[in-house]
Design a protein around this ligand. Structure first.
Ligand code: C5P
Length: 407
């Protein structure tokens, strides 16, 4: 693709923090503007010790706010974050990276970062020892787990006079990196535009009597994150959601609330002929009481036996009827023999991909905000990811789905 077109018209919000590399922001802005990008700059007060806001305002042709309020006016951090297709923090100092990792917002740049809904990219710059300190390592890992992307750090002469890792990538390298990676990160890119996608999420409940039910610990967080990531990619998402307090307000997602496996089956089956992709992230109950008592069962004998019957296996049924253009993605959550069971489900339910997570992994599974998954696709490809936020895991899953579509 033509490199010039890649940044043409892109709205880039450049956050400049306090590092000697802040002087490179001037060249970076000039190059981005030359590539046709619309650039707005915000800087931390510490950055102004290294380069003046006037220089950056002149080059970007926009005001450069630094504080949450300037005299009597308030700089609306939410509006700035929403304006951008992408937020690039370059240079990202050790201090700013640490604050981003912790969610602190004691300056405008951090407030914009915290409220930004666009992809975030950061180019670190610091002394080598700071870069290698375990605190910085942990903070960078955290930012990556939030789904942000890091522009590789460079080696060479440092401001301290030492040689080593810690230099911010040169402005030319940052522009080249953005040209290569921005289409993937940008909100403007909608590879699933026009596709209808069904996502199942949450638990189901299976009634025993008017008071009691059988269910499981699923929160629906993973499925909702996937529904939102699919909608971000342009899909029209129908989220068939079991009983959970979690919800989404994403305008690309229509939520259909259900309670039982049978209701989920009925809602999904009715929508299936129009769906290009189904992601079954719900923890559907495998069994339900064979008879639901119409009155509350009274306490009586020492033991109570409830006969259970199988619920319909939604995903298996979809797999059996799958059309040539449809993609089916399932989940596998096990406590043992995880890979073997996952591959068995992939095969037997005629899936295109299965997402394996294990309850044995710390931080993964029910109710956590993080997850650790391995993807297996029908072509034998296996990809393992580290522990990440469920939003970042959802991004990885959606990227793999988009790749499968083109395979
Ligand atoms: O076979 P197992 O229940 O472990 O498979 C899990 C996968 O199948 C998940 O994607 C889950 O959403 C789906 N499933 C389903 N209907 C069921 C049981 C599981 O769609 N009744």
């Amino acid at each position: 693709m033509d490199a010039i077109k890649m940044l043409q018209g892109k709205k880039i919000l450049l956050g400049v923090s306090g590092s000697i590399a802040a002087y490179k922001a001037a060249t970076l802005i000039r190059l981005l503007v030359k590539e046709g990008a619309e650039v707005k700059v915000i800087m931390t007060p510490a950055a102004a010790d290294f380069i003046t806001p006037l220089t950056l305002a002149t080059l970007s042709r926009n005001e450069v706010p630094m504080n949450i309020s300037d005299h009597s006016s308030w700089n609306n951090h939410v509006v700035l974050g929403r304006w951008a297709d992408v937020m690039v923090i370059a240079p990202a100092s050790a201090n700013t990276i640490a604050k981003m990792a912790q969610g602190l917002c004691d300056n405008l740049l951090l407030a914009v970062y915290l409220s930004a809904t666009c992809p975030v990219i950061f180019a670190p710059a610091m002394d080598e020892d700071m870069w290698h300190h375990p605190a910085t390592r942990g903070n960078v890992d955290k930012l990556i787990s939030y789904g942000h992307q890091q522009i590789p750090i460079a080696s060479g002469e440092l401001a301290s006079g030492l040689f080593g890792e810690g230099r911010m990538a040169e402005p030319e390298q940052i522009v080249a990196w953005l040209q290569q990676h921005l289409p993937k990160a940008s909100n403007n890119n909608k590879p699933l535009r026009g596709k209808t996608v069904i996502v199942t999420a949450g638990p189901t409940i299976e009634h025993i009597d008017p008071v009691r039910y059988i269910s499981n610990h699923s929160s629906g967080k993973m499925g909702i994150a996937i529904a939102e990531a699919l909608a971000d990619a342009g899909a029209n998402v129908q989220l068939v959601l079991g009983p959970t307090s979690q919800q989404t307000t994403h305008n690309g997602v229509t939520t259909i609330r259900v309670q039982t496996a049978q209701e989920m089956f009925d809602q999904v089956t009715a929508r299936y002929p129009n769906a290009a992709i189904v992601v079954a992230a719900a923890a559907v109950a495998d069994y339900r009481p064979a008879n639901v008592a119409d009155k509350k069962i009274k306490k009586g004998e020492a033991q109570l036996h409830i006969d259970l019957e199988k619920t319909p296996d939604i995903l298996r049924s979809l797999g059996d009827q799958k059309g040539p253009q449809q993609l089916l993605i399932g989940f596998s959550l096990e406590t043992n023999n995880e890979k073997e069971y996952a591959l068995k489900k992939l095969r037997e339910k005629h899936l295109d991909m299965i997402v394996m997570n294990s309850l044995a992994d710390a931080g993964a599974g029910f109710n956590y905000d993080t997850n650790k998954v391995t993807l297996f696709d029908k072509n034998g490809k296996e990809t393992s990811f580290p522990l990440k936020s469920k939003q970042a895991v959802a991004q990885d899953i959606v990227s793999a789905i988009i790749e499968l579509q083109h395979a």
